[in-house]
Ligand binder design. Structure first.
Ligand code: HEC
Ligand code: HEC
Length: 269
């Protein structure tokens, strides 16, 4: 909600200050103002985009830089295909856009531009693509409480959209990722106090539960891929085990799971 308001006001300011001048041509003070409104880079490295989108980028770059630099579109908060369709329609209506009318040629130009912008947003704007909240009203009360901890702690540096729409789903993936995030400076998640441990556990518990609800299909795909992978290694593992005159399997798993003093493990080797 707060973010939406911020965007609305940013857009308002942009509209209020709108001038169809490029920074290069304008007097210094105006140029500075335009740069500030541009909010970031004015080109995109598309070398890793699919060839079709590299072509669409050329259309976008030539048509959408006639009045302002490309930075306007590149750093704007629009993300979804619907948002871009509406915005490109609006821009196209402007006099001199070369995108007005309903000839097949112009319609194709608009389609190409929208296609590019939607694709590019899905790559570069992960942070604001996809939902930023989860409806937890049907989650167990305990997980609703954990959600609040997650929402407070994991939105400090990026929006919650990051974790919510991430491709992580398995418990071990979340364990590793929460660990990684906690280690970042200023995360407010480091330390060994009981309270801090509980905070991390709550976040982890929520992410694992939430994935089991919202990411069932992804979990199934990942689990299947994992067992295929392990299956490919099994023959090799058992061959190694026998060639080493292996110890019984039990001893191996015990040495991993037991929290026993290291000495016994060292002497066992
Ligand atoms: C004929 C001139 C013209 C062309 C061509 C043009 N724009 Fe614009 N654009 C403007 C003006 C003027 C504004 C300021 C707001 C307004 O007047 O609607 C603007 C504002 C914007 C914004 C708003 C930025 C923000 O922060 O809210 C975006 C995004 C944008 N243009 C994208 C595009 C795209 C994408 C294209 C190509 C399809 C394009 N523009 C082509 C004139 C143009
Ligand atoms: C101190 C700042 C900070 C905090 C707090 C933080 N993150 Fe991050 N997060 C980052 C940065 C920076 C990145 C970009 C990738 C990187 O540097 O590892 C990132 C990236 C991610 C990504 C990767 C998204 C992708 O597209 O692959 C996920 C998922 C994520 N964070 C989840 C979380 C979770 C869950 C929490 C809460 C436990 C959290 N983050 C808290 C800084 C933070």
């Amino acid at each position: 909600m707060k973010n939406k308001l911020a965007w609305v006001s940013v857009t308002f300011v942009v509209f209020a200050l709108a001038s169809a001048v490029r920074a290069d041509d304008a007097p210094p003070s105006t140029a500075a103002q335009i740069r500030k409104m541009d909010k970031g880079p004015d080109s995109i490295d598309v070398s890793n985009y699919p060839p079709e989108q590299q072509e669409n980028y050329k259309v976008f770059a030539s048509k959408c830089s006639q009045c302002h630099t490309l930075a306007r579109a590149i750093n704007s908060p629009y993300v979804s295909r619907e948002e871009w369709s509406a915005y490109v329609a609006k821009m196209s209506q402007k006099k001199g856009s070369g995108l007005r009318g309903d000839s097949a040629r112009v319609e194709k130009l608009r389609r190409d531009i929208i296609s590019f912008l939607a694709y590019d947003s899905s790559v570069r704007k992960k942070d604001i693509a996809g939902p930023r909240t989860i409806d937890v009203s049907n989650y167990p009360p305990e997980q609703q409480a954990n959600y609040l901890v997650f929402a407070a702690k994991c939105s400090k540096c990026h929006s919650l959209a990051r974790p919510i729409n991430a491709q992580y789903a398995l418990p071990e993936e979340w364990t590793a990722y929460v660990d990684k995030m906690a280690k970042k400076k200023g995360s407010g998640l480091m330390g060994d106090s009981a309270e801090m441990k509980k905070t991390r556990e709550q976040i982890l518990s929520f992410l694992i539960y939430d994935s089991s609800v919202r990411k069932k299909a992804l979990i199934e795909r990942k689990t299947a891929a994992k067992s295929r992978y392990l299956g490919a290694f099994k023959p090799m593992l058992s061959r190694n085990a026998s060639s080493l005159g292996a110890r019984p399997r039990k001893a191996f798993s015990e040495s991993i799971s037991s929290r026993e003093e290291p000495r016994s493990r060292i002497s066992a080797r």
